[in-house]
Design a protein around this ligand. Sequence first.
Ligand SMILES: Nc1ncnc2c1ncn2[C@@H]1O[C@H](COP(=O)(O)OP(=O)(O)OP(=O)(O)O)[C@@H](O)[C@H]1O
Length: 364
Amino acid sequence: MYLQIKQLNKSYGQRQIISDVDLTMEEGEVLSLLGPSGCGKTTILRIIAGLIKPDQGWIQIGERVIYDGRREVPAEERDLGMVFQDYALWPHMTVAQNIAFGLRLRRKSATFIRHKVHELLELVNLPGMEKRYPYQLSGGQQQRIALARALATEPRVLLLDEPLSSLDTALRETMSSELVQLFKRLKITTINVTHDQNEAMTMSDRIIVLREGKVQQLDTPTELYLHLANSFVASFMGPANMLPGKLITQDGQQARFQLDPQKFASQQMSATIHNEQAAQSTEASWFVCRPANVHVHHEPQSDVPANLLAGTVVHSSFVAGRWRTLIHVGLEHDLPVQAFADRQLAPEQQVWLEFPSEQSFIVH
Ligand SMILES: Nc1ncnc2c1ncn2[C@@H]1O[C@H](COP(=O)(O)OP(=O)(O)OP(=O)(O)O)[C@@H](O)[C@H]1O
């Protein structure tokens, strides 16, 4: 393990901001901290950076313990690169001077610095920009210069706090794929803070989903999409169709689920269980199926007896080459389900939705 964090806790006054966060990372891994505004992402990053002191916790990078309650390595000695939201390039310095800043502090020779700046500008795909000032650069270019500056001192770990948040959607998508290629080429261990699930999915080897300072799930992007830990992760890592009810029986990973009788009469569904918590619970929980996994039938299906719900089409729109369709289900036709149909469906049309049990899950 390259980076290890154990039992990280932080509160402000009576408010617990970070609760018992544990984390381990391999060298060269790219990890995203993902969660809604105020869930504690920046606080965790700043604690690792040494800018905020935790109440409790233990942090090790490589062989070196940088925080354990008694020992606290100062921020400037932690050997970390940081890129924060507002880039904060120094406006009165040229690109070359911005990138060279940390190298000058380390008293590197002028020749070394010139070569390094040249090399870093090549790396972030902005060769020849040495003499420009920040105001002469676009947002995306400034972001890349901030990254070059963070990489100049060859940090052990790179910390990114929503560095792409002020870019428009198209540029953000291009930049996030470019960045991940760069991090992989440099084999640099990176922690990226974001509240954008697409960005996290694109950039990360693994993602931590946080809610109110607590880790909800730590997994690879594919696992997060397929095997959801709880209803918060399901709704946050959407889109996911979630139908209320409770677990009635379980046989290994197979479960029978009773949809809420007030909303569905006596309809039962079968599903897969991946999650211990949901398996132990007979309390209210959720039947979850991704829109891409729901089959839309135009006729009632006699050969698909289970996991079929009748619904009424509300709206159909052509998105990324497919008909994304909103359908209402339930006794009062008030529960929305999203699915993809093979053609445009008219509002009010009746359809039958099949939720394959192996792609449907129970979460708590
Ligand atoms: N110095 C402080 N004093 C008191 N409360 C603070 C302080 N700093 C942060 N907080 C609170 O801690 C919580 C977590 O803040 P943090 O900035 O880590 O969230 P975040 O997940 O990064 O949010 P965002 O996505 O909006 O940047 C917030 O509720 C915030 O108001």
